[in-house]
Design a protein around this ligand. Structure first.
Ligand code: LLP
Length: 432
């Protein structure tokens, strides 16, 4: 839950706004974004990593409002598409504080980024180095470049979001020598300026040993570059991926502790390798925005089904689902939920909270104890939906994507409005 969430007489409030009131005003379902909480987490990272640059990973959740908050809080921004770059541009974010990621940026995206003067482009393939060299040369620019490397570690997280083992699409392998070859190419290209190495091992990671091993391997390559090519690269990025608590079982990462651990490793390794410490940066996304949002849903139907062995399961259907939170279906993610609109003394039942989409895998919360009298018209709130929920939302089954409603000091403000039927039909050219 975000830091301002409170419950009184069974009614959940966030940012001083009771959720039933928010739903009366803005409808359901809705994502609720706690401004104070978002800013506090952004600041906590910035303060803990005060000698680092903190690039907020926009893929977790991005809109112009959030970009402005980040600018005010002194963070930098990681984008991974022309669309994310567009939002940053619209919000007036300083381009030199942007890092541009992606394993297959289009020519147009590269041109745009170079034209706009994006501070660093993180290259991910030999084709891209060639393309960027050319684009930069043609535009008469010198582009800052970081090289995404694969450290060859197994991060302990879901297979789809682990990115540092060899057999996946991102980065230049350190082990195969590709990373060193990429460094040489960038260093030799007159239109590119070699800034440093970049490693991102995966997402929703709790065990910091993966970061440690990756940092050691990347620093070793950093030292090799200094020895063999004679350049001390000024920067290094250790990526994002810091885990958050989705249920009470998880132990979230603490920015201050992370900062201490990571700095210690880097300091120690650099001393051992005899190289100057590069300026470090990190890219947290989930750890900043994840806990700052919750989703509020309206209960539509409740159904009990008999399970093998005589047990029963209560299916509680809400007015959203996999179109606003795909993470349960895609990563088997765990979430929790709570009744947000009233108190209940009814004994709890084990419920499964499901959406309104046409498939059985449309589950929002796999297992949660809810009051046994849960019924249509109740509001349920699911915490921790700030990261990769709205940003991965779809119009599956022609659902309208829910709004993001900001809350602060007892007031609401619309950050992203609810989609309308007109939005839904806007790209359907057959509509006359
Ligand atoms: N930096 C890079 C290069 C990344 O690829 C990512 C995430 C991040 C930073 C931020 O990671 P974070 O701190 O947010 O964990 N859709 C998945 C997560 C995909 C992560 C993609 N890259 C999910 O819902 O869990």
């Amino acid at each position: 839950w975000s830091q301002t969430a409170t419950k009184s007489d069974g009614v959940l409030s966030v940012g001083g706004v009771p959720l039933p009131e928010l739903v009366r005003e803005h409808g359901s379902p809705a994502y609720v974004l706690d401004e104070a909480d978002f800013r506090a987490r952004a600041r906590a990272f910035r303060d803990a990593f005060s000698s680092y640059d903190v690039y907020y990973a926009g893929k977790a959740f991005l809109c112009t409002t959030v970009v402005r908050w980040l600018a005010e809080e002194g963070l930098s921004l990681d984008v991974c598409s022309g669309g994310e770059l567009l939002v940053a541009e619209r919000a007036g974010f300083p381009m030199e504080r942007i890092g541009f990621h992606g394993n297959n940026k289009t020519l147009r995206e590269l041109e745009r980024a170079v034209e706009l003067g994006v501070g660093r482009i993180i290259v991910d393939s030999f084709h891209e180095i060639e393309r960027l060299t050319e684009v930069s040369r043609e535009l008469g620019r010198t582009t800052g470049v970081m090289i995404r490397v694969t450290a060859g570690v197994e991060a302990h997280t879901h297979e789809y979001i682990a990115t540092a083992h060899e057999d996946q699409k991102f980065g230049f392998s350190i082990a195969s020598g590709d990373a060193l070859r990429a460094v040489r190419l960038v260093h030799d290209a007159p239109s590119l300026h070699l800034l440093g190495l970049h490693s991102h091992i995966g997402s929703q990671i709790f065990d910091t040993s993966g970061f440690e091993v990756a940092a050691r391997r990347v620093l070793a390559l950093h030292a090799t570059v200094s020895e063999e090519i004679g350049v001390e690269m000024p920067e290094m990025d250790l990526g994002g991926g810091f885990g958050i608590a989705y249920t009470t079982q998880d132990d979230p990462s603490d920015p201050a502790q992370l900062a201490t651990e990571m700095s210690k490793i880097v300091e120690h390794e650099c001393r051992a390798l005899g190289v100057a410490e590069p300026r470090l940066s990190i890219e947290p996304g989930r750890a900043i925005v994840g806990p700052a949002m919750c989703t509020v849903y309206d209960v539509g139907t409740v159904k009990e089904v008999a399970l093998d062995g005589g047990a029963r399961r209560t299916y509680v259907s809400v007015d959203g689902g996999m179109s606003d939170n795909i993470r349960t279906a895609l990563y088997d993610a765990d979430y929790s939920a709570t009744l947000a609109s009233r108190a209940s003394a009814a004994p709890p039942v084990l419920a499964r909270i499901v959406g309104k989409h046409c498939e059985a895998g449309d589950i929002v919360v796999k297992d949660e104890f809810l009051p046994g009298d849960v019924r249509p018209g109740d509001l349920l709130a699911v915490p921790g939906t700030g990261a990769y929920c709205r940003s991965m939302a779809s119009n599956y089954n022609h659902a309208l994507r829910p709004p993001v409603i900001g809350v602060r000091d007892g007031k609401t403000f619309t950050v992203l409005r609810r989609e309308t039927e007109a939005d839904l039909l806007a790209s359907d050219v057959g509509v006359s």
